[in-house]
Write a protein that binds this ligand. Structure first.
Ligand code: EPZ
Length: 430
């Protein structure tokens, strides 16, 4: 199994191109199932999760080509991918495929809306909490679907004549359930109003793409999204928005190691809250013509408290990385996780590098230390694993991160991007 070997101590200097957002690409790819026409997505990152979803969509009958070539031939940075689901050949998403990635459960929305039925295995994904699907079930039931759970599968059937527009207010904000309800409602009869909708930029990006396909969605990016159902959707061409989590991750890496890096092709407006927290820690962040510049020259890292929250709050997907940064602050900071109940698995691994962190319920108390020392550590989930990479870059000596398949799910060419900025990072195979 591959490991990442890091020799810490170097500042980061240079340019890091930011890829298309994984968490936008996945729902956009799934939206292609809503039409028999071709949906072309530009700026699709080359990641294990994207490849896995390509396999899942193929199983439903999607024909997928990359830059005009067949899938799997395309290598390299973010690509243009064409998705055509002329016919849905199978409305079942099997356990073997869905258990590997939670977002694949979201195919339930388009399959149900287009075919009137879907049978989708209960999902898997990063082990960061219980992650139930009750909100999806309630939302689809509100649109008139009959839902049964049988043998580990959710079986959904639309009423005769298709789903029916409805008003539904989520009791809790859910990104995935908002995506699914929005997709399902595009083809429902009548108007749907989603209350307490997720406001994440990825929800806005999906709505923008669906509208380009002929949907009538307004309000995406606010807590109330209105969808007027249409009879059918057509193809479209859409560019996936930049990855705000990748952006924040590299910004935190620079804030931790020191240096001067331009994060190219991204937009500060996607992650204001996180950038503000990084600024307060002592880094300078400015918007440039091509993206964001992050500079930290000398000066210690100041302690900053953060609480994760749905957008526009501090993203849970940057919590582990920010904790990495805080391990070397010159004081005490607190990080509270409010989205997932089990998202502190990086704590014990950061401790192996010399971090001083104690947990009390959903809050971590981090006493900054002057030095971290390299050590072998283990990746436990996607964002936790990259926090270990960041900490390794700022630690003295050698750190090896094992189980890097977690990283490959969400960070395109991580070693290359960091190496180009002066870091010593390499992938080693056993
Ligand atoms: C999305 O997951 C992201 N995944 C996650 O990123 C991200 O951490 C999360 O949103 C929160 O921002 C993708 O976009 C592919 P939720 P999602 O439904 O949609 C609870 C990463 O590292 N909930 O907004 O699965 C749930 O347990 C990943 O890239 C229910 O209770 O998250 C959680 O506590 C990890 N019932 C909260 O809602 C439900 O039916 C928010 O989860 C659904 C969710």
């Amino acid at each position: 199994m591959d490991r990442i070997r890091i020799v810490g101590g170097n500042e980061l200097r240079g340019i890091i191109p930011i890829s298309g957002a994984k968490n936008a690409a996945l729902p956009l790819m799934i939206a292609s199932l809503l039409t028999d026409d071709t949906l072309t997505l530009e700026n699709v990152p080359h990641l294990a999760d994207v490849e896995q979803l390509i396999r899942i969509l193929g199983n439903h009958g999607a024909d997928i080509s990359v830059n005009g070539r067949r899938e799997r031939q395309g290598e390299g940075y973010s690509r243009t991918v064409h998705f055509t689901s002329r016919n849905i050949v199978d409305t079942t998403a099997p356990y073997e495929l869905v258990s590997k990635m939670r977002a694949s459960f979201w195919v339930i929305g388009p399959l149900l809306a287009r075919e009137g039925k879907a049978r989708v295995s209960l999902p898997g994904g990063c082990a960061i909490g219980t992650r139930p699907v009750d909100l999806f079930i309630e939302a689809l039931a509100a649109l008139g679907a009959k839902i049964e759970i049988d043998g580990g599968y959710v079986e959904a059937t639309a009423p005769e004549g298709g789903l029916i527009g409805a008003r539904y207010t989520f009791p809790k904000v859910s990104v995935g359930a908002t995506h699914v309800m929005m997709m399902a409602a595009t083809l429902a009869r009548g108007t749907t109003v989603i209350g307490n909708a997720a406001r994440e930029p990825e929800v806005q990006d999906l709505a923008k793409c669906l509208n380009a396909m002929g949907a009538k969605i307004s309000g995406a990016g606010t807590s109330t999204v209105t969808i007027e159902g249409v009879d059918q959707l057509s193809g479209a061409r859409h560019r996936v928005l930049p990855d705000r989590i990748e952006t924040g991750t590299y910004a935190m890496a620079v804030a931790m190691t020191g240096g001067d890096v331009v994060l190219e092709g991204t937009d500060a407006a996607l992650l204001d809250t996180a950038l503000e927290a990084i600024r307060r820690s002592g880094a300078e962040i400015t918007s440039t013509e091509s993206g964001i510049r992050v500079v930290r020259n000398g000066g210690g890292i100041k302690p900053v408290d953060v609480v994760t929250d749905p957008f526009p709050g501090f993203p849970t997907d940057l919590q582990a990385q920010f904790m990495g940064l805080m391990t070397k602050s010159n004081g005490i900071s607190h990080i509270t996780e409010t989205i997932f109940e089990n998202r502190f698995m990086h704590v014990q691994e950061l401790a192996r590098l010399g971090a001083k962190i104690s947990l009390s319920g959903q809050t971590a108390k981090i006493e900054g230390v002057e030095r971290l020392r390299g050590a072998p550590v283990m990746a436990t989930d996607l964002r936790a694993s990259v926090s270990l990479v960041i900490a390794g870059l700022a630690a003295e000596g050698e750190t090896t991160v094992s189980r890097v398949y977690h990283l490959d799910r969400g960070f395109e060419r991580l070693e290359e991007k960091l190496t180009r900025c002066g870091a010593v990072v390499e992938r080693v195979s056993d």
